[in-house]
Design a protein around this ligand. Structure first.
Ligand SMILES: Nc1ncnc2c1ncn2[C@@H]1O[C@H](COP(=O)(O)OP(=O)(O)O)[C@@H](O)[C@H]1O
Ligand SMILES: [Mg+2]
Length: 287
């Protein structure tokens, strides 16, 4: 096992800024509402996993993935170990073919690992077999995705792009839209709330896609090359936002990247080579 000890910055977390809500966010659970900042209530989810605060965030142990069988089998993941605390943003860096996409697909419950253990938001979702039967609900409620391209829905306005997933999860429309506008405010794009995606700049679209990833308050966000097409200033802006959102919403964020512009911003980096992870302290440059 490579070191999965949490970095010293965890001790700062209790002092982090409170969530944006100044009340009035209905029954949408927030850390402020719950009075338990480190482990806010989540939507109902299959019991059976660990629920300790220790394990909240992302915990991956001994994860393996073999594609195919026999002579043509490919061991894409051989021994992946990662721990990301709530409120933390870590980098995942590795060359082409090292297993990054396979790992994201396992974490996103898109493909099934071959062995190992994965815990998301305090619930064990995989322990040498799926622990949850409803993988669709898992993807919808537990994991936010941010991609290189924003993939906004062109015929919905900005607010509804953000509110869609909570509505699909059963939130009342009005509440989902109010929540969407709060997130758009936090991301400095609320003035575009009624615009169509095509009317937005690339940077605005990316911020809307981050709001969308946060809309269901997932304990985990997976970001795949979120800054690749952006210039240095905007790339650092996206990282600043991801870090703010992580601490405000206690989200654990993994950013897959080889973008040299943002690598110095991580406090911790996991390198992946030939299906194995290696942890390294990052520069943690201020944003
Ligand atoms: N569906 C698949 N079937 C067989 N081999 C695969 C499949 N997907 C990926 N691989 C192999 O698994 C290894 C890791 O691939 P991948 O996770 O895509 O790496 P990365 O995203 O870091 O480029 C590579 O050797 C790749 O060829
Ligand atoms: Mg890939």
């Amino acid at each position: 096992m490579n070191g999965t000890k949490l970095s010293a910055n965890q001790s700062n977390r209790d002092a982090e800024t409170p969530p944006l809500e100044k009340g009035g966010s209905g029954d949408f659970p927030t850390p402020a509402d719950s009075g338990t900042p480190a482990n806010p209530p989540r939507p109902p989810f299959e019991k059976g996993g660990s629920t300790s605060t220790e394990d909240a965030g992302i915990l991956i142990e001994g994860l393996r993935k073999r594609y195919g069988a026999g002579d043509t089998a490919v061991d894409a993941l051989k021994d992946v170990n990662m721990r990301v605390a709530p409120g933390e943003v870590v980098g995942l860096v590795g060359p082409s073919g090292s297993g990054k996409s396979t790992l994201l697909k396992c974490l996103g419950a898109v493909i099934e690992p071959s062995a190992g253990r994965m815990t998301l938001g305090g619930e064990t979702i995989y322990d040498n077999a799926w622990k949850t039967r409803d993988l669709r609900a898992l993807r919808r409620d537990r994991i936010g995705f941010v991609f290189q391209a924003p993939y906004l829905i062109p015929f919905l306005d900005v607010t509804d792009n953000v509110a869609l997933l909570p509505m699909l999860s059963g939130r009342p429309n009005g509440e989902a839209r109010r929540r969407a506008v709060e997130l758009l405010e936090a991301l400095d794009v609320a003035h575009r709330a009624k615009a169509q995606p095509s009317q937005l700049s690339g940077g605005e679209q990316q911020r809307v896609s981050i709001a969308r990833a946060l809309a269901n308050q997932p304990p985990v966000i997976l970001a795949d090359e979120p800054t690749a097409p952006l210039d240095s200033e905007r790339a650092l802006g996206v990282m600043r936002i991801l870090n703010q959102m992580a601490s405000q919403y206690r989200t654990a964020i993994i950013v897959v990247t080889h973008d040299e512009k943002i690598i110095p911003t991580f406090k911790r980096i996991y390198h992946i080579r030939d299906g194995r992870t290696y942890e390294e302290a990052g520069e943690g440059r201020a944003l």
